[in-house]
Design a protein around this ligand. Sequence first.
Ligand code: IMP
Ligand code: MG
Length: 184
Amino acid sequence: MLNDAEKILISEDELHNIVSRLGSQITSDYKGKNLLLVSVLKGAVVFMTDLMREIKIPCKIDFMATSSYVGAKSTGVVKIIKDLDEPIEGMDVLIVEDILDSGRTLSYITSILLKRNPASLKICTLLDKPSARVVDTVQPDYVGAEVEDQFVIGYGLDYNEKYRNLPCIAILKKEIYQNNGSKE
Ligand code: IMP
Ligand code: MG
């Protein structure tokens, strides 16, 4: 799988440090609150399972699934494929995302969740690609690392459902996705 990568961007060790830093911040910020972690399937699953174990206060978890990407190109259309199991009224909801790119997915998800009257709603994203932002109303509250506008894979992130099980984050070689749609 790593043959398809241009280079490793964030190693396993670096990911561990990033996730434990975020976990400690969340632990102190959410003491005494009704923390509900909402993860966006499937990309954020690896991050979610590591992050929740770095959070040392009680919390609940739930999952949502949306779809907006075909290959490496955003279609610009976001739809809900799986909704949350439980109501979120009165909960301190923290959305756990893999990557904030154009911002369309999180803008759509936050607008839907805000209508359900959570006590609070914040965003924790492992990666942030600020230069790719199209919807600038979405601001992440917790960011693991900023990345350039390149297509990254691994640690849950895929290209056409592949590479999610890479333990690090790597940049995908352009020739792999160029024939199936580019970022332009
Ligand atoms: P947005 O709606 O454009 O912000 O895109 C968010 C979703 O697109 C993420 O949750 C990812 O699933 C996917 N995505 C965006 N950029 C990348 C990337 O570089 N690699 C893999 N998936 C990506
Ligand atoms: Mg995703």
